[in-house]
Write a protein that binds this ligand. Structure first.
Ligand code: SAM
Length: 296
């Protein structure tokens, strides 16, 4: 990725280039321009975490197609805009009480050819507050946060919001990048309090399906793309190879009685869970399974 800057009427425009520099193949290169304002406020500047998270997403861009993505504390929204340009259905959010920030996010979208309300949504969503906006959100597959852990006084509010969203969206992941500002800051106790777990970046980086930073109940897996012939017993039989399975559950349609093509596995031990998630791919009856951490 390269980047350069231009001056433009008091607004500074940064250009972020993802992919190969010299290619003419559009699928292999993406340019995103971000306007920054010289105003006091965290939200008008692209923080160093944002290109890191955006790059992580770019490397997994095929998995973003048609995913429903919510970015928290979006600011100039580089990761969310990249996800939208890669085919995800994106909602960008920032503090409800910062109308200038929300307007600026809309400007960032327009400069990248994304019409707010049509190609991308921009909403007010304040961490720790349960107002209409959070209840009106549709299903979410991926929650993003770039440099939102920047002030310890709001860590719990962020985690309350994330916990609520993961509870409502069992298949979802929360992926975040942060800047280490003090060695004293720690979210471990808060994670325990809100029944959340955090994967190390190395684990998240190791397989495209495991880009989870936070998930509830690390011993539970969501299993998608199941052949309709696979029953709860067969699902359990397959995953028992990795460790003792506490419960196995294929989800059936109440009306037709047919499998809905997904289910859940809960391992009794972390070892079983780790063995299963360390395997790069799983197949059952010739189908490639979609195996992801799930909420407990
Ligand atoms: C350090 S900036 C990061 C901005 C952007 N994500 C980036 O990485 O460039 C933190 C962002 O969190 C937003 N924010 C702060 N407090 C918030 C709250 N209580 N609820 C929602 N967003 C908040 C700010 O408006 C700002 O956009």
């Amino acid at each position: 990725m390269t980047r350069f800057q231009m001056e433009n009427n008091g607004e500074q425009i940064k250009k972020f280039v993802f992919g190969k520099q010299n290619t003419t193949e559009p699928a292999e290169k993406l340019e995103i321009v971000i306007p920054e304002l010289l105003l006091p406020g965290y939200s008008f500047y692209t923080w160093p975490s944002a290109p890191i998270l955006a790059w992580f997403l770019w490397e997994r861009r095929l998995s973003l197609i048609n995913k429903r993505v919510l970015e928290l504390g979006a600011g100039t929204a580089l990761p969310g805009i990249l996800a939208a340009k890669c085919g995800a259905h994106v909602t960008l959010s920032d503090c409800t009480t910062l109308p200038k920030t929300l307007q600026h996010i809309q400007r960032c979208c327009r400069l990248n050819g994304l019409a707010p309300g049509k190609d991308i949504e921009v909403i007010g969503l304040t961490w720790g507050l349960f107002l209409d906006q959070i209840f009106q959100l549709g299903p979410v597959d991926l929650i993003l946060g770039s440099d939102i852990f920047y002030d310890p006084s709001v860590f719990e509010e962020i985690l309350v919001t994330v916990s609520f969203l993961l509870e409502a969206n069992p298949q979802a992941k929360f992926l975040f990048a942060y800047q280490e500002r003090s060695a004293d800051w720690c979210i471990e106790t808060l994670l325990k309090k809100w029944n959340l777990s955090c994967n190390k970046p190395s684990q998240a980086m190791s397989s495209p399906g495991a880009a989870t930073a936070f998930a509830r109940g690390v011993q539970k897996l969501f299993i998608g793309n199941l052949p309709w012939t696979v029953s709860t017993k067969e699902l359990q039989g397959y995953f028992s190879k990795f460790g003792h399975v506490q419960s196995s559950n294929v989800i059936y349609d109440k009306t037709t009685g047919l499998s809905r093509g997904y289910g859940f596995i809960v391992f009794s031990t972390r070892d079983g869970y780790a063995n299963a998630t360390n395997k790069p791919y799983h197949t059952l009856e010739g189908r490639l399974l979609d195996v992801q951490p799930a909420a407990s």
